[in-house]
Design a protein around this ligand. Structure first.
Ligand SMILES: Nc1ncnc2c1ncn2[C@@H]1O[C@H](COP(=O)(O)OP(=O)(O)O)[C@@H](O)[C@H]1O
Ligand SMILES: [Mg+2]
Length: 276
């Protein structure tokens, strides 16, 4: 196992972007080693998922209907380092969200392994906020869940609300989350997660929502988080957000690696590919 990881480090340091080469020894934070991820979809056959058919199957002691497998990630390998912001691009269904969830430890690998140095946090469209609780309750709960002390939460609270911009047009932070537009909810989610310094921060299209002002604020915050020595992964359909935030980009299609290198080169090739 150690051998595989070591050879992977060597391979990666040769063709990784040279931006961090001023540091003699870079610290790897995420090592993805020949990872395969397979979703198992139950009851994919027609009509087999109904209650009566399940009951008759039970009585007849028959096996459950066929399980369909979706092979979402096929043999991806890369290493990310401390202080890096890595863009992840590819067309819909190419496996970007799956890869982030796996790095966060939310999905098992069917083959291969993911090693992380530090605690990865996934900040995305599915981050768990409670819809029936007010925005301010969610800020407090979210901060506590990230490991802040009640004192820290108290001192960061106003900053988080201000950053989110939720209260710019009135007192919305005291309303339940379910009354928020998807953009407002995404902004609050981002603001909570960005209040803490993360070892490995995984962002899934969080920047796609929010107005221009919020986008600029969050890009600046991502740059700060990077300086605070973490590693950032960013999934976005906005190539300019990737260009502004990441010096390195990984392009995947159908769960396979297409390119890994300088953002400018990779995004240029990706755009060429999409025009063709
Ligand atoms: N929960 C799931 N169950 C089954 N298949 C899924 C699930 N989530 C994603 N997939 C499939 O995995 C593949 C990759 O999806 P995803 O990672 O969401 O792509 P992307 O984020 O790049 O758009 C797609 O084929 C998608 O249909
Ligand atoms: Mg996705």
């Amino acid at each position: 196992m150690a051998d595989i990881a070591m050879s992977n480090f060597r391979g990666a340091s040769q063709d990784a972007p040279k931006t961090a080469s001023s540091e003699p020894a870079r610290t790897p934070t995420v090592v993805v080693d020949d990872v395969h991820i397979v979703y198992k979809v139950h009851g994919a056959g027609s009509g087999k998922g109904s209650a009566t058919s399940a009951l008759s199957r039970l009585i007849a002691k028959k096996r459950s209907p066929a399980i369909r497998e979706v092979h979402a990630v096929r043999g991806l390998s890369f290493t990310a380092y401390k202080g890096e912001a890595v863009g992840l691009i590819g067309s819909n269904g190419s496996g970007k969200s799956t890869m982030l969830a796996a790095i966060a430890g939310l999905l098992p690998t069917a083959k291969g392994a993911i090693y992380t140095n530090g605690q990865p946090s996934l900040l995305g469209v599915n981050a768990a906020l409670m819809n029936d609780l007010t925005g301010d309750r969610n800020v407090i709960l979210g901060c506590l869940a990230m490991g802040m002390t009640p004192k820290e939460v108290e001192s960061r609270y106003q900053e988080i609300v201000d950053f989110s911009g939720i209260n710019e047009k009135g007192d919305f932070i005291s309303l339940p989350m379910r009354t928020y537009s998807s953009g407002m909810a995404a902004r609050l989610r981002f603001s909570i997660a960005a209040a803490k310094t993360h070892d490995v921060l995984l962002i899934d299209e969080a920047l796609a929502t929010g107005d221009q002002k919020f986008q600029k604020r969050s890009e600046a915050r991502i740059r700060e988080l990077r300086k605070e020595a973490g590693t950032v992964f960013l999934v976005s359909h906005n190539n300019n957000a990737i260009r502004d935030t990441c010096e390195r980009t990984i392009w995947i299609e159908k769960g396979e690696l297409m390119m890994d290198g300088h953002t400018d080169e990779v995004v240029r090739e990706y755009e060429k590919h999409n025009r063709a």
